[in-house]
Design a protein around this ligand. Structure first.
Ligand SMILES: Cc1cc2nc3c(=O)[nH]c(=O)nc-3n(C[C@H](O)[C@H](O)[C@H](O)COP(=O)(O)OP(=O)(O)OC[C@H]3O[C@@H](n4cnc5c(N)ncnc54)[C@H](O)[C@@H]3O)c2cc1C
Length: 388
């Protein structure tokens, strides 16, 4: 097993303690009521530096890498995946701000590190999920402004965020062979605690990932200032792909955190629950399940560490990041499901966290690119794309 350096151990331990003492009790209380994580929790995370782990020190961040970011994400997700996810609204936005003029970048990042400028991503649409290049939301230049019209789906945190990152088509002439061209990205500032005035929205009735609300949004001629356009017009797709490796490693970390929560809870339950006059942890059927679960988690974690190291060394690892996203999310669903089995009927109640781990693990196979899309990327790399 990899030995962490002292700085890594320290940040891991800080996140572990925070997760156990602050996040887990909140998850237990709020998830069953589909509650929203309190702003005070976000403020505490900002104080610990969790929104700026990867942000360079000159912008107020910790100046660390994807490795430390994923260490923290695993710890927080072990308690509640939504909290392990919200740190991406800082660290995960880093690449976007590179396109800003230096003064605005400095302002955005320093506020982000303090947890005062967190974003939500409005990329997916009713007809553009895995096939994001199919997006049809339009942005048209009107004088000094842009006018956005179209539907967005699955925008998590749209209400509580300080800004939305909206992907819209600025060139209506879609080249069927290069549909990704002509897409631009806009930063839409908004008041915290509400949708942008004039944007209609309704919450999506999801089955997990509580702690924040996921929205369907309707933009109808919504005007934003000219400087909301981020980077070059028509090159927004570049922003979708640029941070993908870190985003996939982060999703792997979340998957591993959930699986670890399920394993740790199962180890405790296997010792305390007795049937046929003996703890269920004495049955080989249970022990072997636990052995398999622990092994799967460790395998995923090793792959994640490897991918993070490559990212931090500046090398490309599209293939490996797809592999770790695929492997860790599939592992997480299996491990959390096995944990639920160990809990028997108790696992099928909201009294035990294991059902939450299972519901949230199920999502890791879907968002940030489904398992099938990861397999497509991996097989295309191995075999070349099929051109029909
Ligand atoms: C709770 C939740 C929160 C989310 N938050 C956000 C957010 O904040 N912002 C945002 O922009 N998006 C968000 N998403 C959207 C998420 O990224 C998409 O759900 C995901 O990309 C899959 O798209 P889809 O749901 O349209 O599924 P589809 O693309 O319709 O896929 C349906 C099925 O078809 C399969 N499939 C599709 N294409 C292929 C192919 N080429 N080969 C093989 N199989 C294929 C898929 O793997 C899947 O099994 C969120 C989603 C959920 C569920």
């Amino acid at each position: 097993m990899r030995v962490l350096n002292s700085e890594q151990r320290m940040i891991q331990e800080t996140a572990r303690q925070f997760a156990a003492e602050r996040v887990l009790p909140m998850a237990k209380a709020l998830d069953p009521q589909k509650g929203v994580m309190p702003r005070a929790l976000i403020d505490e995370m900002a104080e610990l530096g969790f929104f700026g782990i990867m942000v360079p020190a000159e912008y107020g961040g910790l100046g660390l890498g994807a490795f430390e970011y994923c260490l923290v994400a695993e710890e927080l997700s072990r308690a509640w995946m939504s909290v392990g996810s919200v740190i991406a609204r800082g660290n995960g936005m880093l690449g976007l701000f590179d396109a800003l003029p230096e003064e605005r970048k400095l302002d955005a990042l320093t506020r982000q590190v303090r947890g005062e400028y967190l974003g939500a991503v409005a990329l997916s649409e009713p007809n553009a999920g895995s096939d994001v290049a199919n997006l049809s939301c339009r942005a048209v230049r009107v004088g000094d402004e842009w006018e956005i019209t179209g539907s967005k789906y699955w925008c998590t945190f749209a209400d509580e965020a300080d800004f939305l990152v909206v992907f819209a088509r600025t060139d209506p002439n879609v080249d069927p062979k290069a549909r990704h061209r002509g897409i631009s990205v806009f930063i839409v500032d908004k008041p915290r605690g509400a949708l942008p005035q004039g944007v209609k929205g309704s919450p999506i009735p999801k089955i997990g990932y509580f702690g924040w609300t996921t929205w369907e949004l309707a933009f109808e001629g919504y005007r934003v200032p000219g400087d909301s356009l981020l980077g070059e017009e028509g090159r927004g797709f570049y922003h979708i792909t640029s941070g993908l490796e870190t985003a996939r490693a982060h999703t792997a970390a979340r998957s591993i955190g959930l699986a670890r929560g399920a394993l740790e809870d199962s180890l405790g339950y296997a010792q305390e629950r007795a049937q046929f006059g003996t703890p269920i942890g004495h049955f080989q059927a249970t022990r072997f399940k636990l052995a398999d679960m622990a092994t799967q988690i460790q395998a995923a974690r090793s792959l994640m560490y490897d991918v993070c190291e490559r990212i931090d060394q500046g090398g490309r690892c599209d293939l490996e990041s797809s592999m770790v996203k695929l492997f860790a999310s599939e592992m997480s669903e299996q491990v959390t499901s096995e944990a639920l089995q160990i809990f028997g009927g108790a696992g099928y109640t909201t009294d035990c966290a294991v059902e939450r781990y299972w519901r949230d693990a199920r999502l890791t196979k879907i968002f940030e690119g489904t398992s099938e899309i990861q397999k497509r990327i991996i097989s295309d790399t191995l075999m070349g794309k099929v051109t029909a």
